[in-house]
Design a protein around this ligand. Structure first.
Ligand code: ZN
Length: 489
């Protein structure tokens, strides 16, 4: 596969940092849900890095990282340990970060992606555990023009998982697809909200180019500061072109870190001190090694929910289209809602799947788009939606009326039967009542009746439309057509 940079092959690897959705921080009892809290209110001596304190491992965080590894087809070595990564930066409270060096919790997995071509497996090198840093806020004093920085320790010590891919991606599109699939999996297994804009899902990318047909890697550039999937894609597409132009002109790519400047749509070189670092990793003396028995790993594997890809395949087997299966499995809650609706519809599985998909992607989809709320907030239970669908299937109400009933159900939380009963929305089934309306419409529209007799299709449609209007959509269109044909035939 060659990239847009003709003559070169692009090589991309991604490092994702993802905050875990645990109640407390990684090594202390402080609450990890500090979003929106006053700065420096979720702190204690441990996460402030006070001398003499001791960290305690958050078991839930370890479970989450093993679950992630299993979902990404990694192996879980029997033992693992924490290491100290030594560096000095104002956002690092202890002067070192507890991370993992040579023995990560998970290694050697893969994630399948499909970016406009056949499905490909992208290797996962490792998934390891570390702690997040504090947050620095840089300001400029408006009066003196002096720059200063504030520190918020709320984030310090939050459980952070790093997922490192192999350099297996070949296009910016593949990199974006990898991130989309990865985020979907993390959300499915419930370990992270993985919200890129909120900063709990952050991505650094390594990108290099090499002449097509060669094996040796070119010198790589690390790109940072990308806050959306689009930014990752655009930054990599920019780098691909920039590096190709340099190489084509006979130049060399210096190994460096570059930052993506979204407003300008370009990457700029950053101080390359990152590469000069010697972190002097050594085993964390304050924490015991981690041990994973095969039984514990098996129990966690059994606790994994069905993953998005497997669910998508199962939905396809129900006869749903690619688009329907992909959209329904986009979020786990939507897929589950769909399955509950389907199970409650009294029809054969294929028909029930189609009907449920139409409503979950149709009316329910419109509701979530309009309200900006997830489907689990819809005041209509899957069983109540299935009842509504069954009423249309049995002919108790028309499809048009059903949409109106859906809106009322969403607004009031009442059942379809109750709304239909109270508002008199049942389909007109008695032919006497319908015949009366048809006779009235024909009498009032002499011109259309004449046109109808002259064989004009538009006149037939018009007359049916008039009857539907009279009945507020409660009539069966086929029955109306038959009645008109009988009256005028
Ligand atoms: Zn703390």
């Amino acid at each position: 596969m060659t990239s847009v940079a003709t003559g070169f092959e692009t090589v991309i690897g991604l490092e994702v940092h993802c905050q875990l959705k645990t109640r407390s921080k990684m090594f202390c009892g402080c609450s990890a849900s500090y979003s929106g809290a006053e700065p420096n209110t979720h702190v204690c001596p441990v996460c402030m890095g006070m001398p003499g304190t001791l960290p305690v491992i958050n078991e839930k965080a370890i479970e989450y990282i093993v679950l992630t590894g299993l979902a990404l087809n990694c192996s879980i070595p029997a033992s693992s340990k924490f290491d100290r990564k030594n560096y000095h930066y104002p956002d690092l409270m202890k002067g070192y970060q507890i991370s993992q060096y040579d023995l990560p919790v998970c290694k050697g997995g893969w994630l399948e992606i499909e970016a406009g071509g056949p499905a490909r497996r992208i290797g996962i090198t490792r998934v390891h555990m570390e702690e997040d840093t504090a947050r620095l806020v840089h300001r400029v004093d408006s009066a003196t023009g002096e720059a200063y920085s504030l520190i918020d320790i709320n984030r310090a010590g939050s459980p952070l998982m790093e997922i490192v891919s192999e350099p297996d991606m070949r296009t910016p599109e593949e990199a974006r697809e990898y991130l989309v699939r990865l985020r979907q999996i993390l959300r499915y297994i419930g370990v992270s909200d993985a919200n890129m804009e909120e900063g709990d899902f952050r991505c650094d990318a390594n990108i290099s180019l090499r002449p097509v047909g060669t094996e040796a890697f070119g010198s790589k550039v690390e790109v940072k500061n990308m806050n959306s999937f689009r930014a990752v894609h655009d930054a990599l597409a920019f780098e691909e072109k920039r590096q190709a132009a340099i190489l084509r002109a006979g130049g060399q790519i210096p190994q460096e870190t570059r930052g993506w400047v979204d407003e300008r749509g370009e990457t700029v070189g950053q101080r390359s001190k990152e590469f000069a670092h010697d972190y002097r990793y050594f085993p964390e003396p304050d924490l015991p090694p981690l041990a994973f028995s095969p039984e514990r790993v098996a129990a966690l594997r059994a606790a994994l929910p069905e993953l998005p890809e497997a669910r998508r395949r199962r939905f396809l087997a129900l006869g749903l289209s690619d688009h329907e299966a992909a959209t329904l499995t986009d979020a786990r809650e939507r897929a589950t809602y769909f399955e509950r609706v389907m199970a409650a519809i009294p029809a054969d599985p294929g028909r029930a799947a189609k009907l449920a998909a139409n409503w979950v992607l149709g009316e329910a989809g419109r509701w979530t788009n309009a309200t900006g709320l997830p489907i689990e907030a819809l005041p209509i239970t899957p069983a109540a939606l299935a009842d509504l669908i069954a009423m249309v299937e049995s002919g108790a109400i028309t499809a048009n009326v059903a949409k109106e009933v859906f809106d009322q159900m969403a607004a009031t939380g009442k059942s379809a039967a109750e709304i239909v009963e109270t508002a008199g929305l049942a389909q007109i089934s008695g032919s006497d009542e319908l015949a009366g309306v048809v006779a009235k419409v024909l009498a009032a529209n002499e011109k259309a009746v004449a046109d109808y007799r002259a064989g004009k299709d538009a006149a037939a449609k018009f007359l049916v439309g008039q009857v539907m209007r009279e009945t507020r959509g409660r009539a069966n269109a086929q029955a109306v057509q038959d009645l008109i044909a009988r009256e005028l035939g």
